[in-house]
Design a protein around this ligand. Structure first.
Ligand code: NDP
Length: 451
């Protein structure tokens, strides 16, 4: 079977690849299993050195990787460069973690009790198409640092940088079999990894629906699972905020990556007394978003990933939808959709409640702090969000009250290599990045030594 990979900005064929199924998944797990004892036995300083070399090699190929990612995922080249920088930084960060994978000593009678953080074994990493190599690196780096071997299954729509990663890892000296990339459909290759008895853990990023299926499948073999799923995050703008700054930043927070971002602040909640001034400033900012060729340095937003994704997104903006602001998008080939803001909307509308995963935002006014918090929490999701206010105490009160894993105050940035990332509620469980990710790639072992 062959997989045809398209370039979403042109609809041209970018690559034809062999397509793996369940048998190839079994073979990849067998390679990872065979490589595990030697990899976990690599001394900590040597494993750290190898991961630093890998980080250097990734940084050395940053431009080629960025162009490939920009073409395959349809993302602006400037964004792709930033993401590839983060990939290298993620490996550097976890290279430093290898020798800080500390245990405890615990006071007991008659001897010494100590804990070790042991690797799990073979870990399956199943990743989506929106930030292909970046999200893979959030899983690869801590998994390898902790001494696991991995099988990475990228999304079929965007497998190209994962295949480059496999080559770069080998060239950097990571032993054969430690990193295995499996390009095949989720329904066969991915599902086989989830049920495979020799896979100790599945780390997944993608839709809540598939996440639910993976958690259920993994239960058969009591696999460890971490899930990073969808979101419907709120961008809460109080009237006492710097309204111009909040409005100028809002498009980037929801139209970045053409809205195909689990952290997209796609519900913009605005205190009613500031609604008119916010909408005026937002209109200017949305109309300034340049949609076009991902390889053009001036582009802010590229196309959607596929024709299917475009029709899903379009279903949220039917004829007669309350379009308050709409930017422009190119005609012709490519899966384009213009940045769109809906207002006024009914709080029960699909566009208000469901994850759109495209460049469509809703603006919903609120009366006071209590209503802002209630609206922000009125969703099955709990991934991200922003709070804009000049009142520091209010900012912290609201931050504590909003049920999400990652928040930013007077900013929309919430993802950093050194800080934990993950969801509350149906946005998933477990944390990636920061010091917490290692916990999810190790088991705690307690050893008692009688003295
Ligand atoms: P999916 O959740 O379907 O795909 C994510 C990954 O899981 C892909 O590698 C996919 O493989 C794989 N997969 C699919 N089914 C299974 C299965 N039964 N067992 C194991 N692995 C499986 O996301 P989609 O690409 O279909 O996107 C749909 C929606 O999901 C989006 O519109 C968005 O709402 C959400 N999403 C959220 C993301 C996030 O960052 N939280 C990222 C991507 C999507 P393959 O695609 O190769 O078949």
């Amino acid at each position: 079977m062959t997989l045809t990979v398209l370039e979403p900005a042109t609809e041209q064929v970018l690559a034809e690849l062999p397509r793996a199924g369940a048998d190839e998944a079994d073979a990849a797990v067998a390679r990872a299993r065979a490589a595990y004892p030697a990899w976990r036995a690599v001394s900590p300083p040597d494993r750290a050195r190898l991961l630093h070399r890998l980080a250097d090699a990734l940084a050395g190929e940053q431009e080629e990787l960025a162009v490939l990612e920009a073409r395959n995922a349809g993302k602006p080249i400037g964004d792709a460069r930033g993401e590839m920088g983060m990939v290298a930084d993620t490996f550097r960060y976890y290279a430093g973690a290898v020798e800080r994978n500390l245990g405890d000593t615990i006071p007991v009678s008659g001897g010494v009790a100590m804990t070790f953080r042991e690797p799990l074994g073979v870990v399956a990493l199943i990743t989506p198409w929106n930030f292909p190599l970046t999200i893979a690196s959030w899983k690869l780096a801590p998994a390898l640092a902790a001494g696991n071997t991995v099988v990475l299954k990228p999304a079929e729509l965007t497998p190209l940088t994962a295949l480059e990663f496999e080559r770069i890892a080998l060239e950097a000296g990571i032993p054969e079999g430690v990193v295995n990339v499996l390009v095949g459909p989720g329904s066969t290759a991915g599902a086989r990894l989830v049920e495979h008895p020799d896979v100790a853990k599945v780390a997944f990023t993608g839709s809540t629906e598939v996440g639910r299926r993976i958690a259920a499948g993994a239960a058969e073999t009591i696999k460890r699972v971490t899930l990073e799923l969808g979101g419907k995050s709120a961008n809460v703008v109080f009237a006492d905020a710097d309204i111009a700054a909040a409005a100028a930043a809002a498009p980037g927070a929801v139209f970045g990556n053409a809205g195909q971002d689990c952290c997209a602040r796609s519900r913009i909640l605005v205190e009613r007394s500031a609604l008119d001034s916010f909408m005026d400033a937002l209109e200017e900012a949305v109309e300034a978003v340049r949609v076009g060729d991902p390889l053009d340095e001036a582009t802010d937003m590229g196309p959607l990933i596929s024709a299917d994704q475009r029709s899903t997104v379009a279903s949220f903006v039917p004829d007669g939808a309350p379009v308050a602001i709409q930017g422009s998008a190119p005609d012709g080939p490519g899966f384009w959709f213009p940045p769109t803001v809906l207002c006024p909307v009914d709080r029960g509308d699909r566009a208000v409640r469901e994850e759109i995963f495209g460049p469509v935002a809703v603006v919903v006014p609120f009366r006071d702090e209590a209503e802002a918090v209630a609206l922000a929490n009125d969703t099955i999701y709990g991934l991200s969000g922003s709070i804009w206010t000049r009142d520091g105490a209010k900012a912290l009160r609201v931050a504590r009250a909003v049920e999400t894993g990652v928040l930013s105050i007077n900013s929309n940035t919430s993802v950093r290599v050194s800080t934990p990332f993950g969801g509350f509620k149906q946005s998933g469980y477990g944390r990636e990045l920061g010091p917490h990710a290692l916990d999810h790639y190790t088991e705690v072992k307690s050893v008692y030594y009688a003295t």
